[in-house]
Design a protein around this ligand. Sequence first.
Ligand code: PLP
Length: 431
Amino acid sequence: MSELHERHRAVMPSWLALYYDDPMEITSGKGNRVTDAEGNTYLDFFAGILTNMLGYDVAEVREAVERQIARGVVHTSTLYLIRGQVELAEKIARLSGIPDAKVFFTNSGTEANETALLLATYARGTDQVLAMRNSYHGRSFGAVAVTGNTAWKNSSLSPLNVHYLHGTDRDHPAFRGMDDAAYTEACVADLREVLATAVAAGGPAALIAEPVQGVGGFSMAPDGLLAAYKEVLDEYGALFIADEVQTGWGRTGSSFWGIGNHGVVPDALTFAKGLGNGFAVGGVVARGDLMDALPANGLSTFGGNPVSMAAANATLDYVLDHDLQANADRLGRVVLGGLTPLADLPTVGGVRGKGLMFAVDMVDPETGAPAPALAARVLEEARRRGLLIGKGGLRGNVLRMAPPLTLTEDEAHEGRDALADAVRAVDAAAR
Ligand code: PLP
């Protein structure tokens, strides 16, 4: 065990997720590559943890942050006007498509979801909320309450009365093998059943859902399912919160927001991760009437601070100026096309992708059961081949890839081939 790993173990929580048998310390980055403390360089096919959506050491972002720091104001107080905050809010409100949208900035996705839940429960006067099985929404009490993924749910104490919908676990025995139309119909029937049998009079405040479940293993509901849900929610006056912490800013390729693939505009949309390209920025954009309705004063001390805003404005401008959504769409197809043949291997249960989000399910070659140990081995093999990827999923067996949106064609081939090679090596050893 490395000296730093030992010190980490001594003073940090045992449940803090760390990748690799021998966890690495990343000490520098350039373009879409990072270098560890031992001098090994890797192509980062997970963009940090979807945080570095432009990759590393991007001049536009670095210079914007440096200009702000050079003024001598890293932060004073959100009680004063902050120009970058207003400018960013204007852009996000416009991009959201939400009518009369207003934006509140936080430091994380967790706080963003907490705020959205606060808005919805206050507006609707109920603590009843619908969430999805297998979801992950963050680490505060409200966000844990709506988290359905038991691998990430460390508490059952909840300030909310939560009912879970089926949604995106297409491996569930009751739903397995259904085509998109049949699956959507079954999920809507599930929603109606929950509303009729579990939700008390007055209906729920809201449904919170990830357009593509991130931590849950990039599980993808059929396009349109969330619109079908929304139709039913509208009958009850319930709101719809889209958690776009992993799926926003063009990552899914076919749409700027993940929710666009479903053809629905939410009442509130939460974001974080990639927007600051490594700097801590989160927030919620919501209908102005919902946002303005809260009766008491509020602020986030560091949410929307000038340095984060400088980073976020520069990052978002870069995404738009370089049309990175189109890049995600185009190179997503290149990578997915190369990964799809892996589905024929006995240890691969499935391959899927949308834009620059890809998943490969590792399974036991004999039984087809989820095989988290094989997924962990692929991570090690990929590392050996100079490639960083993620893993996750309800059963821990899903390889997750989400490279920076600035991925180049050469890097798309390189990452795809290294990953395919790593999966094949693990497959051969497992048989
Ligand atoms: N929502 C989703 C979909 C996420 O993936 C995450 C983090 O992984 C969160 C919320 C929580 O965000 P944060 O870790 O910034 O609090």
